[in-house]
Design a protein around this ligand. Structure first.
Ligand SMILES: *Cc1c(COP(=O)(O)O)cnc(C)c1O
Length: 385
């Protein structure tokens, strides 16, 4: 087959004229940091998830930090999470002085298993952070049942899950809190950004204060007409508030969510059809419970050659790829500091996974090109003649 001349990336955000106009309008208004557009974005996010509260933040990492702080997680506490996740979660647990404990996953779906979480619970367990992996919801009935029985708080890592539904309900309201990400790779983007959703009035107050230096009120309320620029601080906080410039982008993206996710689904359907009979490659498994998949990532497993060689060959075809994720329990500081328990299914998956290009602006021809390249690569692992 003929090699394409331009590079096909693994991901590219879909930014249309509506997004560009929305951000320009915000710039023209001269109110560019946290303000009315963040409020509006939060309100729309409450509408999507059904959560009582939504707090816009500078990243999902910042959101996870606030969520863990608001639960007073610190030294002596354990937090259970899959190792097959982005390391940001583990970093936040570690920076707060708590200990990450890793639960194994289902090899097919890459989602954390409830029985694996239960097996890791101790007297020190404070919270569990399931990930809705690649846009497929985690087994929330199973996880919430265990959490209730042991009195453990659940924080949903919903970074992949804008548009994900579990048994008909949008994720973000199953646990005590959920954290979404709007990094450019995610289903909708604000450049960088995130959202915490939850239902608790006390947590709302605490997280809003921690989000902004520990100050009781946001800048736009203090600097508006008749505002009071004085403040008091009861507890030191961070600087995690989302600017309105980014909320403008988020609102425009959210308006297109259904269209964007529908296109993602078409692409995944096309991949599945075109790769169904390819030997040496395992397609991702889907959860057996009813769900709407957000198709954030398309993660296949290479069974018949090394992933390293497979990636080299994809590069020869001008095709991008991703790795979601290097297993966290194998990272140097985590090995050294925590000596994690064995995770055979995570290790088995981690050696083989690779994320193929998936973004709404990909054409059908792009998808078929990738599939054709994969066929050739797996048939001639040594390379083209
Ligand atoms: C992207 C991602 C995060 C972090 O999101 P940021 O907004 O970049 O901080 C957390 N968890 C998972 C599973 C992710 O994929």
């Amino acid at each position: 087959m003929k090699i394409r001349e331009d590079f096909l990336p693994m991901n590219r955000p879909s930014i249309g004229e509506a997004e560009i106009a929305a951000v320009s309008d915000c710039l023209r208004s001269r109110w560019i940091t946290t303000g009315p557009l963040c409020q509006s974005f939060e309100e729309r996010f409450r509408g999507l998830t059904g959560a009582r509260y939504a707090i816009s933040i500078t990243s999902a990492t910042a959101g996870m930090h606030l969520a863990l702080m608001a639960l007073d997680i610190g030294p002596g506490d354990e937090v259970i999470t899959p190792s097959m996740t982005f390391v940001s979660t583990i970093n936040m647990i570690a920076l707060l002085g708590a200990k990450p404990i890793f639960a194994d996953i289902d090899y097919q779906t890459l989602n954390v298993l409830p029985e694996e979480i239960e097996a890791r619970i101790s007297k020190r367990t404070k919270a569990v952070i399931p990930v809705h992996f690649a846009g497929a919801p985690a087994d929330m009935d199973g996880i919430m049942g265990i959490a209730k029985r042991y009195g453990i708080t659940v924080i949903e890592d919903a970074a992949h899950a804008v548009g994900t539904r579990y048994r008909g309900t949008h994720v973000g309201g199953f646990g005590a809190m959920a954290v979404f990400s709007f990094h450019p790779i995610k289903n909708i983007t604000t450049g960088e950004g995130g959202m915490i959703t939850h239902d608790d009035e006390a947590l709302e107050k605490r997280m809003r204060i921690l989000r902004f230096h520990g100050i009781e009120r946001d800048a736009w309320k203090r600097y508006g007409k008749g505002g009071n620029p004085e403040y008091d601080i009861l507890e030191p906080g961070y600087k995690y508030n989302m600017p309105d410039m980014q909320a403008a982008l988020g609102i425009a993206q959210l308006a297109r969510l259904e269209t964007l996710n529908a296109r993602r689904k078409q692409i995944v359907d096309l991949y599945r059809e075109a790769l169904a009979d390819v030997a040496g490659l395992d397609l991702p498994g889907w959860p057996t419970y009813p769900h709407d998949h957000a198709h954030h990532l398309f993660v296949v497993k290479i069974a018949s050659m090394t992933r390293e060689r497979f990636m080299e060959r994809l590069s020869e075809y001008n095709i991008g790829y991703g790795l979601h994720f290097p297993a966290c329990h194998r990272l140097s500081y985590i090995q050294k500091r925590y000596a994690p328990n064995p995770l055979p299914e995570t290790d088995r998956a981690a050696a083989r996974i690779i994320s193929l290009p998936l973004f709404p602006d990909m054409t059908d021809d792009d998808v078929l090109y990738v599939c054709q390249a994969i066929r050739e690569i797996l048939q001639t692992p040594g390379g083209r003649r």
